[in-house]
Every structure is written in structure tokens, then in C-alpha cells.
Design a binder for this molecule. Structure first.
Ligand SMILES: [Fe+2]
Length: 333
């Protein structure tokens, strides 16, 4: 059966009218003077009117003044530029308050002049509420995570009070080096956490060795050398800290293989561990110990400069010296 042209037009009109009026989104058409010409039933129901009662009204007749003015400013922009916009706005019909995502598209005549705009707004209040809840949960998780790291730092310093503040200051220098080297944010975050707890494994070392006010003998030093492995074992069991565990494991390795626990060389030592190694040495040398006084900063810088490329990464050393000599870096207590 073939429809007559008139019947086809009538059927099309009914189809589009029903479609428009059964969509939950708020759909509207405004002329270039920002007057509503058509709205669908969903929009009209919100306003407590019939769709045909909207004709000629403006946002100022419908919404609170400040919100209406915001809509009108956006609309004037569309009329002027002829470009569509995509915005998230509050939407306040009488006795209701939503957040809507709204798309407004300019409607043009055959010559390309803007004669009005077509808009569609849909309710994203639940999505916004869910995103806010997730953001709150993420923030709480981050705070808890930071508290756990801080507690780990405190445990190490309780066991080894002579190095009190050492980890905190190593973090300051390691992060400054990483930033100056242009490391990505995630890498800087890993360096921050790893340097905060790089000596965690010391909790397994007897206190009389850690606090001995004299040079350690070979057996005692062998004990101390277990701390990167023990730190690794503690952290590697926590899935989230597994990348950090690997850095902690390598923080006493040296480029020429003279370090421990494995004597790993060159490229097999991660950049994160190379950075912490230098920060660790500079901070330790410039701090007082029960068996020696603090070295002057210049002496610590000469030590890393002399061993750049042999023990320490050349670039990391270069940046560290630049930070102290040119950028006025200093440890904060
Ligand atoms: Fe260490």
C-alpha cells in the first residue's frame, strides 16, 4: 500500500510529535530573540504548563533571574558565533533543582543566518552526585594511604632515632631532583613514597647496631646491609606498593656494581633508585651522626661529583649540584 503525499506528511508529523513528547529529555526551540517557540511535554511538565503555553515566553519568565541570565548569555553567544555549545548547568524549574547537561545547536536559514536554536537538556543529577561521592572516597583513601606511609616513617625513626628526619629530608631532595629532571607525575609520586620509607627494613636490625656510637664491624655492617631486602619483602606484599618495593630494594645499588644487595650495575638500576641513592647520600653526609659530625654541604657535593658515572648517575648528580648551587635548594626541617 502506498500512502498519498498528504497522508505521509500527516503521519510524519504525528511520528515526530509523539517522539518529541515521549522523550524524557527537555527539548526546546527558541527564536533569535531568545523566545521559546516549541517545547516538548517533559519540559512543559516540569514547568507545570501545557507545551503550547510556552510560545513567546523567555527564560526570564520561567527561571530564577541569575540562572535565566546565564542561559541568555550562552544563547546570545550561539546567535553571534553560529556555533553549538555543550554545557553543564543548574536547572531550576518551579519546586525542583537538577543539574543538566545541555546541547544547544544554532538553526540557520538557507543563507546561513542564525534564526534560532534547538536545545536538548538531560538530567545528570545522579551522575554528578555519584562522581562527588567517588571523589570523596578517593580523597579519604589517599588520606588513609598517606597516614599509613607516615606511620611507617615514624616506626623507622622510633627504631633509629639518630636518623630522625633523614627520610623526610631525603624525600625533599629526591622529589626536587625528579621535578627538575622533568619526571612524569606518577614517577615523582613513586619516588616520594619510596624515599619516605626507603629505610623501612631497618626495623629488623638490632637497636644497639643502629645506634652504635662508633664504626660498625663487618658482622654489624652485614646486618645493616639486609635492610633494602627486608624493606622490599614488607612492601612487596602490598599490591599497591609493589613498584615502590622495587625502588626500596635498589636504593643502595651503585652503577659500578659496588652496591648492595645484588651489586646490580648501570641500566639495571631504575632511575627512581638512582635519584634516591644520591638524595640519601647527600642528606646523610650533611647530617650529624653519633660517630661523626656533619660534613659541610660542599664536601657532600664534591663526593657525588667525584663519583658521578662510577657510583652515581651523572645526570642525577648534575641536577643535584644545580639545585644547591644555582637554585638555592635547602633542606627544610
Ligand atoms: Fe638505606
Amino acid at each position: 500500500m502506498k500512502l498519498t503525499k498528504t497522508k505521509k506528511i500527516r503521519l510524519d508529523k504525528t511520528f515526530y510529535k509523539e517522539l518529541l513528547n515521549n522523550l524524557p529529555e527537555k527539548i526546546f526551540y527558541k527564536d533569535k530573540n531568545l523566545r521559546y517557540i516549541i517545547i516538548n511535554r517533559s519540559f512543559a511538565d516540569d514547568l507545570g504548563i501545557k507545551p503550547e503555553e510556552i510560545e513567546g515566553k523567555t527564560d526570564l519568565d520561567i527561571f530564577p533571574h541569575n540562572i535565566a541570565e546565564k542561559y541568555r548569555k550562552d544563547d546570545r553567544g550561539i546567535i553571534k558565533t553560529g556555533k553549538p555549545i555543550h554545557i553543564i548547568d543548574p536547572y531550576c524549574p518551579p519546586d525542583k533543582k537538577y543539574v543538566v547537561q545541555c546541547i544547544k545547536i544554532p538553526v540557520k536559514d538557507k543563507k546561513g543566518n542564525v534564526i534560532g536554536m534547538l536545545g536538548m537538556a538531560y538530567d545528570i543529577t545522579d551522575k554528578v552526585r555519584l562522581i562527588k561521592k567517588l571523589q570523596k572516597n578517593v580523597k579519604e583513601f589517599q588520606e588513609t594511604f598517606e597516614d599509613i606511609i607516615k606511620t611507617m616513617m615514624d616506626i623507622v625513626e622510633t627504631k633509629d632515632p639518630y636518623t630522625s628526619g633523614h627520610q623526610k629530608k631525603t624525600v625533599q631532595l629526591a622529589c626536587a631532583i625528579a621535578k627538575e629532571m622533568g619526571c612524569p607525575r606518577k614517577q615523582i609520586e613513586d619516588i616520594k613514597i619510596a624515599s619516605s620509607i626507603h629505610d623501612l627494613g631497618k626495623i629488623f636490625i638490632p637497636m644497639d647496631i643502629l645506634n652504635k656510637p662508633a664504626k660498625l664491624d663487618d658482622v654489624e655492617f652485614a646486618f645493616v646491609k639486609t635492610h633494602p631486602v627486608n624493606g622490599y619483602k614488607l612492601l612487596n606484599d602490598i599490591k599497591l606498593l609493589s613498584p615502590v618495593a622495587k625502588i626500596v630494594y635498589q636504593h643502595h645499588e651503585r652503577l659500578n656494581g659496588a652496591g648492595y644487595p645484588e651489586g646490580t650495575r648501570d641500566g639495571k638500576i631504575s632511575l627512581e633508585a638512582r635519584i634516591i641513592a644520591v638524595a640519601d647520600v647527600v642528606e646523610a653526609m650533611t647530617s650529624h651522626r653519633p660517630y661523626r659530625t656533619a660534613y659541610p654541604l660542599e664536601e657532600a657535593l664534591k663526593e657525588i661529583e667525584k663519583n658521578a658515572g662510577a657510583l652515581y648517575d651523572k645526570d642525577v648528580v648534575k641536577i643535584t649540584i644545580k639545585l644547591f648551587r644555582e637554585k638555592n635548594f635547602s633542606f627544610q626541617t
